[in-house]
Design a binder for this molecule. Structure first.
Ligand code: ADP
Ligand code: MG
Length: 219
């Protein structure tokens, strides 16, 4: 295996050792330099660590998980590769859009699983083996509890975006249903604007090494 790239060596998107087409997509979006959360978290995620990343809204957390997931996905595309959970429909759509833009050259198949959309149609899309599922917990749990036509048993990545809100208690029942379906061998990535007790607790109980990055930038 190639040696890890340390965050100290990262100045541009070229320095992450991502596939050329991923770097090209970033540049075509007008992105010039990675943000601190991207510089710190992407090498650790590529190295296989679980990760908790905290930085204020607008600091580029989505690409901090989307870029390494897309890199790993094109190395080993198989079944539903990553599940991204987020508390609202709007956030799910925004995340899916960023995956669409960067993942276009590889014909990325992604599926948004949120309320307000026909369950049957959504189930059909899920059964077509998308690479990435971006979901709100309630609707995904509904699918898992009805006779679903897809499996999350082989996912490689679980992302909790806005993890403080997801782990704040309101989604506990649905998360329990979902987590029951996931393999223990996955990589778990938590991203949040604020670091809460719930996140600290996750770090404390995590079985494997968890890299934690907290950005202290001024607003
Ligand atoms: P967060 O999840 O931290 O609130 P987002 O991931 O939604 O932030 O990113 C906010 C905006 O910043 C998006 O429009 C995204 O395209 C842009 N962005 C992401 N990374 C960079 C970067 N390295 N340089 C400039 N803009 C970026
Ligand atoms: Mg975000």
């Amino acid at each position: 295996m190639e040696s890890e790239t340390s965050s100290k060596e990262i100045k541009t998107f070229d320095d992450f050792r991502l596939n050329d087409w991923i770097v090209r997509q970033c540049k075509s979006l007008g992105l010039k330099i990675p943000t601190p959360i991207q510089i710190n978290c992407i090498p650790r995620i590529l190295a296989g660590d679980d990760c908790i990343g905290c930085a204020k809204t607008g600091s580029g957390k989505t690409l901090a998980f989307a870029l390494p997931i897309l890199q790993k996905l094109c190395e080993d595309p198989y079944g539903i590769f990553a599940l991204v959970l987020t508390p609202t429909r709007e956030l799910a759509c925004q995340i899916a859009e960023q995956f669409d833009i960067i993942g276009k050259p590889m014909n990325l198949r992604r599926c948004v699983v949120v309320g307000g959309v026909d369950m049957v149609l959504q189930g059909q899309t899920l059964s077509k083996s998308p690479h990435i599922v971006v979901a709100t917990p309630g609707r995904l749990a509904d699918h898992l509890e009805s006779c679903n036509t897809f499996s999350l048993k082989k996912i490689k990545f679980l992302v909790l975006d806005e993890a403080d809100r997801l782990l704040g208690g309101h989604f506990d029942e649905q998360l329990k249903v979902i987590f029951n379906e996931l393999p223990a061998s996955r990589q778990t990535l938590l991203f949040s604007a604020t670091i809460t007790d719930a996140l600290q607790k996750v770090k404390a109980i995590a079985a494997k090494k968890v890299f934690m990055y907290q950005c202290h930038e001024e607003q």
